[in-house]
Write a protein that binds this ligand. Sequence first.
Ligand code: SF4
Length: 105
Amino acid sequence: MRRALKMVVDPVSCAGEGLCAELFPERITLDPWGYPIVSDEPLTPQLMEHARRAVDMCPHLAIHVMDAPVRVPTPTRRGGDGPGPEPTRAEARIVAQLRGGGPRR
Ligand code: SF4
């Protein structure tokens, strides 16, 4: 199964103030009570700056970027789901930074 960077919210820590949706509307919307609904789509390198800003600005440290498995349906000769494509170099570099605590921009 392919892995990719995804956003996750800790519902226990989140206070539902909605700042993250203002900072990262590409992937976060709010429910009627102001709590974030995070898209399950993988983060692309182009979105990482906005994602990191939302993570850094959350006053309750409730939102995170994680390297997580994603199910990417890809056709195979037998018609089932394959493992999906390899991560791009940019995605691999971001994952390495997250795992090793490398420099953050
Ligand atoms: S900014 Fe943090 S506390 Fe506020 S809604 Fe988003 S995840 Fe929750």
